[in-house]
Design a binder for this molecule. Sequence first.
Ligand SMILES: Nc1ncnc2c1ncn2[C@@H]1O[C@H](COP(=O)(O)OP(=O)(O)OP(=O)(O)O)[C@@H](O)[C@H]1O
Ligand SMILES: [Zn+2]
Length: 811
Amino acid sequence: MPETVAKIAVDNAAFYFDKPFSYKIPPALREEVAPGARVTVPFGRGNKRRSGLVLEFCQEEDTSRCKEIASVYDRELCENEELFKLVFYLRETTFCTYYDAAKAILPAGVGITIKEYFLLREELLPPALTPRQQSAVEALRARRGRLLCADLLAAAGWKPDARELRELLECGALERDYQNRRRYGGDQITWAKAIPFTGKLTPKQKAVYDWLCTREEGATLKELLYQTGVGRTVVDNLKKKGALALFEQESYREVFDVAGREDPGGVVLTPAQAAVYDPLSAAMAKRAYGCSLLYGVTGSGKTLVFIKLIENALRLGKQAILLVPEIALTPQVITRFKTLFGERVAVLHSGLSVGERASEYRRIKEGKADIVIGTRSAVFAPLRNIGIIILDEEQEGSYHSDSSPKYHARDVARFRAKYHAAQLVLASATPSVLTFSAAKRGEIALYQLPERYSGNALPQVELVDMKAELASGNTFEISRPLARQIQLAVGAGHQVILLINRRGYNTTAVCSSCGAVARCKHCDIPLTYHRQNGRLVCHYCGYSVELTGRCDNCGDSHLRLLGAGTQKVEDQLELLFPEARILRMDTDTTVSKDSHRAFLQAFAGGEYDILVGTQMVAKGLDFPNVTLVGVLGIDHVLGGQSYRSFERCFSLVTQVVGRGGRGAQSGRAVIQTFDPQNRVLGLASRQDYDAFFAEEMQARKYLLYPPFCDLCLIGLTGAKRERCIEAGRALMEILQRLAQGNYRGVPLRLMGPTPFLVERVSDKYRYKIIVKCKNNRTFRALLREAIAALAQQVSLRDVAVGVDFHPDNEI
Ligand SMILES: Nc1ncnc2c1ncn2[C@@H]1O[C@H](COP(=O)(O)OP(=O)(O)OP(=O)(O)O)[C@@H](O)[C@H]1O
Ligand SMILES: [Zn+2]
């Protein structure tokens, strides 16, 4: 008799092993188990519990070797056919596992962790026990016969595969037991507070304790670790000694309420804006999929068009998703939309606590919200009846996920818009070359807003030659022309935004005796000095050391700080403009969740004259009183290694220049560079996107880059460099063989293996093979086959293989 089994993909699989396993469905779970359900199953020889995703039901003749599903913990995807289909789409197009795809689609916090215990069965204990078995049994008895796996191993001094442990399991005296724990309730953040203490402390513990004593009300654990540079264990040991207390506290709320209300009907579009709105709203009413690019200069009122389009969607009984590239942008946008649409707006982004996200998710699922605003992952919002999806600043790199699944929000949005027969609108003042070329070829519709709403011209841009500044004796980060403009603007009661393209006080520490740069122990990257905690910090892995001035390379005490960061510029501004009120915003000052909103509100309210910040101040913000924008450190972007460096530089300059002159007064911008003759900067300062686009297309055609081909990066990661290279060479050979065999005729260019720009991160070596290709089903089949063939070579299994179809930083 054939029996129905569930095909299940498990968590923690390498993607070439990610094939469904058959499991029997116990009668008690018949009702609950369905395709899309997340379940726990016994897996492998030890029958350890794993999470898994039910893909489908099947009839099988011989089920004698099938195990049974243990429990069901989540049915989210059973109830949503579209999102379940998205799992398969993500796996096919991004080379992730089924389970990772499901994890990305469902909100964080819906997941579970599985805790593993041992149970003692006294009656089955063998008569004679070894000393270690004896201590294990005693430890179990002390806990009424049930102990966490790890604790039992520690008590007995066993490794997980110890023979003495296996004996007890085999005779049944020990039994494994599992408990699912929902990772919920993340609204809490952990705080630490010093307790009067006189006992002995290690030097590290003492340093932490002394720092904490300076904080009367305590500090968040995160800040404590940042400021003192120690690991969590030091803190835990202090707690054990009774020198500090850890406690949980409710975090701030980011899903805030807004005071006023405004009727969206009161928003009146200009004729130019209406010319964009009319055809798009007509298309929405027709209920057919469409994709368009809204190319509108900074300050042209794209947001107003979004508002009206979304209002129209609601009128048609439909729903909307608005994606923005940065958390920093959400407060302004959310305030605007909440004022207009109130409760109908839900917010989803990574800055929310797990609890907040779960509650917003629920509101969306229950149909209490129809407008979802958020960053990349909000594209997965469980709306059932989407009319429009908008990607604001569609060219931004943050729409691509760097961890598995390495999806691009634009692709997911397209999938969803097609499913719902909805409109997909990509908006930008500087569209990506890819999107603009698609619009030019007529593959997607093109709408333009060439004028600012205010009628003002775009700000006038001045390029300042920093070589000349240096030559004339100004060693400050701020050039004299910029300083003069700041003086004028602040004097007139206007506001200024300064963009600095780095964080930290100084970028690097260099030894003036031997010339060595202070580098991270675990990554091939220089450390960055942070003044707030007086430490050199690795921006890749978080490693940090105290800055002593001593060079690790030669031992001399001649370590000097080089380069300029936000903190240093802030200091110099204070010197130059002692009267001005300065606000610095970067990832270090905005660690706490609510600070973005608080800072931006204060700036909007006129509490500050100058806003200094990293990229987070460059985009999307709308402050009518800003008339001057200064750009420092743009040369870093220009000199970037990516084929998109010029595009990024052009976009960044345009965006930041566009923050000025949005209100009644016109704006000005000053860009400091060591390369004032640079063509891209020249085009950017004239805001000539069309000329830039034409040049860029020529270069890309000549050098073969997107849109003239697709890119694919195959990453090889492992603890040993030689193994990565070896695996890379083997994979190259396999790819070449396939391309000359069954896949003859598939367009393909292979390069590599070469190291990543940063070869080692967190003690792992990283190599890459770059493939220029046509990313379609055939190519992906070839790639799958090649990786599966590589996985056959057992000797290379310690190298992890990953695939990225948007490797913009590495090519
Ligand atoms: N139809 C309109 N009615 C009233 N105000 C408008 C209208 N259109 C634009 N504005 C105002 O003009 C300013 C710029 O608009 P908005 O912020 O939407 O520009 P944008 O195109 O999104 O710019 P950016 O690309 O720089 O983000 C805003 O203060 C906005 O309120
Ligand atoms: Zn590091």
